[in-house]
Design a protein around this ligand. Structure first.
Ligand SMILES: [Zn+2]
Ligand SMILES: [Zn+2]
Length: 341
């Protein structure tokens, strides 16, 4: 079968590799579509930890279950259309018994195995990680698998801090792959949504996605402070440290900053002044992808028509290098997907 392999940092090759076969509790999925995520680009470029090469690429996929390994039949059937639903982390296996798994945080499980390598004709995956798709969800909704889930899990965490429907939330980096889901999900959960990004074209897109207000980065603090006295939460989907700093500045007292995007290591750290921070009662949390239950909830929201993927580019697997170049140069808005057949 064909698969996209990173042979050395900066280079993706489509290669012929052996078709995998499913082991205990595993299913073989024939891949229909895959989504291209920004973290794929970071991995190819070696921006984060250096992954030893060669490695297979891709962690957002929709496909059809073709073959079942022993013990998997309790969880999926042959012919089921499924989303490989946990994005870059915990999607291939988690233990189910440690303190993190039992607390609903399999992403923190020390025995978790990352889902990686769906840019291929076939992929073998732990059957318990699969989420079955209703007919309403089309194959090109595949970025729900990571980008959508990541946005959903980040916004769902607000309720734990008493930030319920009706409160005001800023989405920083609102026109991007994660941000455009963030707007729709926050609206579906009843929040008042302020989308923040750069330039008139992106602000127009943010309004189209349903934000109550779209503001440019350059005037976000002024407008948000004047009109709302700050926001209850900032969700940062921008992978620039400036986005984290802006998110903090937008908060009102007791506000929550949810950090989602992972900047390149070369960006360094962002600093917090403890004096202002303590007196104003901020919370800062990180949010990493999501879990299977959150994937099911998001699929339901999408099936109900409340969340829709904005596709900026559709290509074939063989065009993968062009798509990555375009992604790096931000040549399209929204997500890119690859059709595998
Ligand atoms: Zn991803
Ligand atoms: Zn565990």
């Amino acid at each position: 079968m064909r698969a996209a392999i990173v042979e050395k940092i900066g280079e993706i090759t489509i290669k012929d590799v052996p078709k995998p076969s499913p082991g205990h509790e595993e299913a073989l999925v024939k891949i229909s579509t895959v989504g291209v995520c920004h973290s794929d680009l970071h991995m190819v470029k070696g921006d984060w930890v250096k992954v030893p090469t060669p490695f297979p690429l891709g962690h957002e996929a929709i496909g059809i279950v073709e073959e079942l390994g022993p013990g998997s039949e309790e969880f999926v059937k042959k012919g089921d259309r499924v989303i490989l639903g946990l994005g870059g982390t915990a999607g291939a296996y988690w233990c189910g018994a440690c303190e993190y798994c039992l607390a609903g945080k399999p992403m923190l499980c020390q025995r978790r195995i990352q889902l990686q390598g769906v840019f291929a004709e076939y992929f073998v995956v732990w059957a318990k990680a699969l989420v079955k798709l209703p007919d309403e969800i089309e194959n090109n909704e595949v970025p729900l698998a990571c980008a959508g889930l990541t946005a959903y899990s980040a916004i769902k965490k607000l309720a734990k801090f008493g930030i319920q429907a009706g409160k005001t939330v800023a989405i920083v980096g609102a026109a991007g792959g994660l941000g455009h889901y963030g707007i729709q999900i926050a609206k579906a959960l009843g929040y008042k949504v302020i989308g923040v990004d750069i330039g008139p074209e992106k602000l127009e897109f943010i309004k189209k996605m349903g934000a109550d207000l779209a503001v440019d980065v350059s005037e976000a603090v002024k407008i948000v402070k004047e009109q709302f006295n700050g926001v209850n939460a900032s969700i940062v989907f921008s992978s620039k440290l400036a986005g984290f700093e802006l998110g903090l500045k937008l908060l009102k007292r007791g506000g929550v900053l949810v950090a989602v995007a992972l900047p390149a290591l070369s960006e360094g750290s962002f600093s917090i002044n403890p004096f202002g921070f303590i007196l104003r009662g901020f919370h800062i949390i990180g949010s990493l992808v999501g879990n299977v239950q959150e994937m099911r909830e998001l699929i339901q929201l999408a099936a109900d028509g409340k969340v829709k993927t904005h596709i900026g580019r559709i290509a074939k697997l063989s065009e993968i290098n062009e798509v990555f170049e375009e992604l790096e140069k931000a040549k399209f808005v929204g997500r890119a997907i690859l059709e595998i057949d």
